[in-house]
Design a protein around this ligand. Structure first.
Ligand code: HEM
Ligand SMILES: *[C@@H]1O[C@H](CO)[C@@H](O)[C@H](O)[C@H]1NC(C)=O
Ligand SMILES: *[C@@H]1O[C@H](CO)[C@@H](O)[C@H](O)[C@H]1NC(C)=O
Ligand SMILES: *[C@@H]1O[C@H](CO)[C@@H](O)[C@H](O)[C@H]1NC(C)=O
Ligand SMILES: CC(=O)N[C@H]1CO[C@H](CO)[C@@H](O)[C@@H]1O
Length: 333
């Protein structure tokens, strides 16, 4: 007995060391597809360039899609799964309602091209991470390294969105707390929110701030008066036409820059959640810093995006490489 234990124990240790080595090896690296799909980066760059040129809203749409994916069970492409009769998927949660079709489309295009070039090799989670980075640089954002080797997740449920994403009425504290629960500092969070320098918001997200705000004021008094007036015109009858939307950054809507931070203190901000960031003493200094220094913003944004891109990723047997990005390989009926 004692002999067996003496042998079993070292064996156990060796197995343990081996399995932790495998874990170590399965960590992400920029060279992950170097031998199995050397054309990966070029294929994605070509698809992204063509798509962004024909549909300039793709960059913003995809950044938001990526953020929503990473916040719910990590960056595992769970947001791309479509619902089945027995499973209401993540993307069909109310908060996903407005995820723009162009973002799903660019991923489908990239996956299709990659399945032709290197079938069954590149995960949808890696495609989403790379596509987001390339689109951001196309609209003027900073470059950052995207390490590869993510696997696609096995779970996508609308019910798992609650508590992981917030509505436009969220306070600064709610936003800071949520991002802290994912390991992001206030600085990193404020830098990430610079994403709102591109893209748009539907009128219903800020209608409360411009129509019948209070007995004494039509609009939220933190809003610039002229801006509020033009929003009321742009969003007239928004309740009858829910597709009506307005650019986040009125000054340079399609360009990734630090204008978003300059707009907030001037009252040129659509979302209450964004406005709240200059009202909270924890986030305000970073808003002002990024407003006055684009280099500082770009450095911090790049760093925060690199961190977001590896949030709760799945590797090894905790995931798979999907054949199609919108369904699991073994579809459960
Ligand atoms: C955590 C607090 C956040 C809240 C409450 C929030 C809220 C919103 C809302 C309400 C919209 C408008 C959606 C619509 O009407 O279609 C939006 C759009 C957008 N969000 Fe956020 N967001 C947050 C964080 C972020 C972060 C951290 C990023 C970037 C990493 C981001 C990137 C975007 C982009 C790019 C759009 C525009 C999408 C498009 O044009 O299709 N958001 N967000
Ligand atoms: C604002 O209030 C007025 C008077 O109560 C009402 O007639 C109007 O329909 C309201 N507008 C909106 C957009 O709710
Ligand atoms: C707004 O006006 C209505 C009717 O004039 C009144 O009942 C209500 O108390 C007022 N609300 C506030 C916040 O002053
Ligand atoms: C802007 O930020 C960069 C990077 O943090 C820093 O090196 C530079 O000194 C800052 N510029 C000003 C004017 O503060
Ligand atoms: C893009 C997308 O799939 N959006 C879905 C979000 O959720 C609503 C239902 O809550 C669906 O109708 C949308 O199609």
């Amino acid at each position: 007995m004692a002999m067996i234990r003496a042998v079993a124990l070292p064996l156990f240790i060796i197995v343990f060391i081996l399995s932790s080595l495998t874990q170590f090896e399965s960590k992400l690296t920029t060279k992950y597809y170097q031998n199995t799909c050397p054309q990966l980066e070029k294929i994605i760059r070509d698809i992204v360039t063509m798509k962004q040129m024909t549909n300039p809203t793709t960059a913003a749409a995809t950044l938001r899609l990526f953020f929503h994916d990473c916040m719910v069970d990590g960056c595992d492409a769970s947001v791309l799964i479509t619902s089945t009769p027995s499973n209401k998927a993540e993307r069909d949660h109310d908060l996903n309602l407005s995820l723009a079709g162009d973002s799903f489309d660019v991923i489908v295009r990239a996956k299709t091209a990659l399945e032709l070039a290197c079938p069954g090799i590149v995960s949808c989670a890696d495609i989403l991470a790379l596509t987001t980075r390339d689109l951001l640089t196309m609209v003027g954002g900073p470059f950052y390294t995207v390490r590869l080797g993510r696997k696609d997740g096995f779970i996508s449920q609308a019910s798992r969105v609650d508590g992981n994403l917030l509505e436009s009425s969220a306070t600064a504290s709610q936003q800071i707390d949520l991002l802290a629960s994912k390991g992001f500092s206030v600085q990193e969070f404020v830098a990430l929110l610079g994403g709102h320098t591109i893209g748009f918001s539907h009128c219903k997200e800020f209608a409360k701030r411009i129509f019948n705000y209070s007995n004494t004021s039509q609009n939220d008094p933190t809003l610039n008066l002229v801006f509020a007036k033009s929003l009321r015109i742009a969003c007239a009858n928004y309740d009858k036409n829910p597709n009506m939307a307005v650019f986040f950054d009125v000054i340079s809507p399609g360009k990734f820059d630090n204008m978003y931070y300059q707009n907030i203190p001037r009252g040129l901000t659509l979302l209450q959640s964004d406005q709240s960031l200059v009202q909270d003493p924890r986030s305000k200094p970073f808003v002002l810093k990024y407003a006055s220094n684009q280099t500082a913003f770009f450095n911090d944004f790049a760093h925060a995006m690199e961190k977001l891109s590896v949030l709760q990723i799945k590797t090894g047997h905790n995931g798979e490489v999907r054949r199609r990005c919108d369904s699991f390989n073994n579809i459960k009926v």
